[in-house]
Design a protein around this ligand. Structure first.
Ligand SMILES: [Zn+2]
Length: 270
């Protein structure tokens, strides 16, 4: 009954809802993207959510992060904990595991363990290379998402079936090269649009196990009112990550490329 509005949707149905119910997801980062994605996934009935974030709720978060309130700011609650408290009142049928920690080379494999899909709610590109390494190594699909200003992008990465992050952009730009939301700003509607795209791709994956053919990168600009769907190139067979299975970001220090500006759609966002 609770999920009747999506079980009557033909793409999901009762069988799809059962798959959603039995699924486990990791929300990696619980800011503008992750908080909204976590809310959508919990409301959709994903049975288990692990929410990982290293920050406490700050007043500047409330402009776009609708899971949090001023009480969380006053109490300096970790975002993962505040999200779990809120979601317990929204969807008590969903098990939420809050983890107040940084996603680091030493912890990421434990964090992705046992989940069916990972949703990217990170605020930095370096973390996404780490997530990509961990997910490709373990064969776990992950949904890339990034937002800045009035814009955002998202894509589904399924190891072995779609290009991975390093197929498209072999090395991250150096520190300080990519713009960040702290310096460039970000609109609530932009972050929510991307989070919605991410949650939709995660749910679609959980229900269908299908990937778009060819794989696509969806971009949106909520100020210019523009949506764009770009076909991604095929996997790079000599990709160091999903081709040669060298997981350089999981090791000590990884293999960052230092200082180079990125031209790919992945590299332009924080
Ligand atoms: Zn690859």
């Amino acid at each position: 009954m609770r999920h009747s509005r999506q079980t009557v949707f033909p793409g999901i149905g009762p069988a799809g809802q059962a798959r959603i119910r039995s699924a486990r997801a990791l929300v990696a980062g619980c800011g503008g993207l992750g908080a909204e994605a976590a809310s959508l996934l919990a409301r959709a009935g994903v049975g288990f959510l692990r929410i990982v974030d290293r920050d406490v709720v700050e007043i500047t978060n409330l402009q776009r992060q609708a899971l949090f309130d001023e009480d969380d700011v006053r109490e300096r609650r970790p975002k993962a904990v505040a999200a779990a408290r809120r979601l317990a009142r929204v969807a008590s049928d969903v098990a939420v595991e809050p983890v107040f920690a940084e996603i680091a080379p030493g912890s990421v494999l434990g964090l992705v363990a046992g989940v069916d899909v990972v949703v990217d709610g990170l605020d930095n590109l370096e973390g996404r290379y780490l997530l990509n390494d961990a997910c490709v190594r373990e064969g776990i699909p992950w949904v890339y998402g990034a937002s800045i200003g009035s814009e955002g992008v998202s894509a589904l990465v399924v190891p072995g079936r779609t290009p991975c992050l390093r197929c498209l952009e072999p090395d991250p730009p150096g520190p300080g090269v990519s713009p960040t939301c702290a310096t460039e700003g970000v609109l609530g509607p932009a972050a929510h649009a991307v989070a919605s795209l991410e949650a939709a791709q995660a749910l679609r994956w959980l229900v269908t196990r299908e990937v778009p053919d060819p794989p696509v990168l969806v971009s949106v600009d909520v100020w210019r009112l523009a949506f764009h769907r770009a076909e991604l190139p095929p996997r790079n067979p000599s990709c160091r990550c999903c081709g040669e299975r060298r997981f350089e970001f999981l090791g000590a220090g990884g293999d960052p490329a230092g200082g180079r500006a990125s031209r790919s759609p992945f590299g332009q966002r924080s």
